[in-house]
Design a protein around this ligand. Structure first.
Ligand code: UDP
Length: 240
């Protein structure tokens, strides 16, 4: 495995669901979390500046919470954003225990829990080799953590958003249904739009397209997929 990273500064976007324990249904599987953090540590040791944007869907999603449980949409969205804080703190603890320095920055002020999001400070942390974990989404209801990733990646001038999904990239047809489905190595924003590939939600996608932030869609299923993606191996699909 080549050890030279292809990217210097990345945003790793993980949905909350990646943390859920498949056996017990618990929102956070500590075992899974450790495996992901080990991968983060590996790329961090290669000298990559890493930001993590974590979702909250394993705990609460505003839209489904509001339809299923009768919570107002905005309240539900704030509950969703707070869920991302819980997940972010779990990442912080896990990474710190592995000897990786972290800082958590929140879009909703809560001084006792995390630093406020301040762009220049976030960049400073990265330069000082700290992994920065962005929590509380954008701080606004009606947005998503995909949009948060697109926004923060634009702000910190990340070279790529690494979007972990269940599938290892984008295929010309559904790989679950068709054996002869072919994975794209690369795809343009326009092609992705025209084919109605829902890589990110539309707000997040247009932000990436407008600001020319590439999105690497890959799967976390393989034990070292984050590292392989970072050193430029052929994992996933790059949308740019
Ligand atoms: N959310 C929000 N504004 C944001 C980011 C998130 O209101 O800027 C809320 C929204 O309700 C969302 C929930 O937080 O459903 C969890 O985020 P998301 O669904 O993006 O998490 P994921 O699907 O990635 O786990």
């Amino acid at each position: 495995l080549a050890e030279k990273p292809k990217y210097k500064r990345v945003v790793l976007k993980l949905s909350g669901e990646v943390l859920r324990c498949s056996e017990t249904g618990d929102p956070i599987s500590w075992d899974t979390l450790r495996k992901i953090c080990n991968q983060v540590k590996e790329i961090h040791q290669l000298g990559v500046q890493v930001c993590i944007v974590i979702g909250g869907g394993n705990i609460f999603r505003g839209l489904s919470g509001s339809t299923d449980q009768g919570v107002d949409r905005t309240t539900g969205d704030y509950m969703g954003m707070l869920s991302t804080v819980i997940n972010g703190l779990a990442f912080m603890e896990c990474l710190e225990k592995m000897g990786v320095q972290t800082r958590v920055q929140t879009s909703i002020p809560m001084n006792q829990v995390a630093e406020p999001f301040i762009l220049r400070r976030a960049i400073r942390h990265l330069e000082k080799n700290r992994v920065v974990i962005f929590v509380a989404g954008t701080g606004n209801p009606y947005f998503s953590t995909d949009t948060t990733a697109a926004l923060r990646a634009s702000e910190i001038e990340a070279e790529v958003i690494m979007k972990a999904t269940k599938v290892d990239g984008i295929y010309d047809k559904d790989p679950m249904k068709f054996d002869d489905a072919v994975r794209y190595d690369k795809l343009s924003y326009i092609d992705a739009l025209q084919q109605r590939l829902n890589i990110l939600d539309s707000t997040a996608f247009s932000l990436c397209m407008d600001n020319e932030v590439p999105i690497l869609v890959f799967s976390l299923n393989d034990s070292d997929s984050i590292k392989r993606a970072i050193v430029g191996e052929d994992v996933g699909t790059l949308v740019s």
